[in-house]
Design a protein around this ligand. Structure first.
Ligand SMILES: [Zn+2]
Length: 147
C-alpha cells in the first residue's frame, strides 16, 4: 500500500529511533506490514496472516511476535471468520512450551487505541516469572490528565 494519508501514529512511538523510522516510512508512503515492500522478515505464514518478530520487543518479554494479516486492514472485523481459526492455530504454534502468554490486538482508529501502525497486527508475547521489567501495553489514547 502506498500513498495513504496516514500510516503511522508517531505519538505512539516508544523511542526516538522508532519515531524516526516511522516518520521516514510515512513520508515515503510505505506500510511496514505490507510485505510487498519486502521489509518484513516472515517467520512463517498462513492464508490470512504471517508472523514476524517485533523489531522493538517490549522489555520483560521472552519472545515478542507480531501476527499480521496479509491484507492491509485496520480492524479485525474486516477479515473473514476463518482468519480467526487460523489466528488460534498460529498462537498455539508460537506458545510452544511457554507457561504464560499475552495477546494485545488494537483494532480501529489508532489515535484512540494506542496503536502506531494503520495495519492491524496482533502482539503475542511469551512471559516468565522473573521479567526484566513489568510488561505494559497502552491500549487507549492518552488521558488528558496524563498528557
Ligand atoms: Zn499495510
Amino acid at each position: 500500500m502506498s500513498g495513504a494519508s496516514v500510516l503511522y501514529h508517531l505519538e505512539a512511538a516508544r523511542s526516538d529511533e522508532q519515531r524516526a523510522y516511522m516518520d521516514d516510512l510515512e513520508r515515503r508512503g510505505v506500510c511496514v506490514f505490507c510485505t510487498e515492500h519486502g521489509r518484513t522478515e516472515v517467520a512463517f505464514g498462513g492464508e490470512h496472516f504471517y508472523v514476524t518478530r517485533n523489531l522493538w520487543p517490549y522489555r520483560g518479554t521472552l519472545e515478542h511476535w507480531l501476527i499480521v494479516p496479509h491484507a492491509h486492514v485496520r480492524t479485525f472485523d474486516e477479515l473473514p471468520d476463518e482468519a480467526g481459526g487460523e489466528l488460534w492455530a498460529i498462537k498455539r504454534r508460537l506458545k510452544g512450551d511457554a507457561t504464560a502468554t499475552a495477546t494485545v490486538e488494537r483494532s480501529g482508529d489508532m489515535r484512540y487505541n494506542g496503536g502506531s501502525v494503520a495495519h492491524l497486527h496482533i502482539h503475542f508475547v511469551t512471559l516468565d516469572e522473573t521479567p526484566e521489567r513489568t510488561v505494559r501495553f497502552r491500549v487507549s489514547a492518552w488521558a488528558e490528565s496524563e498528557a
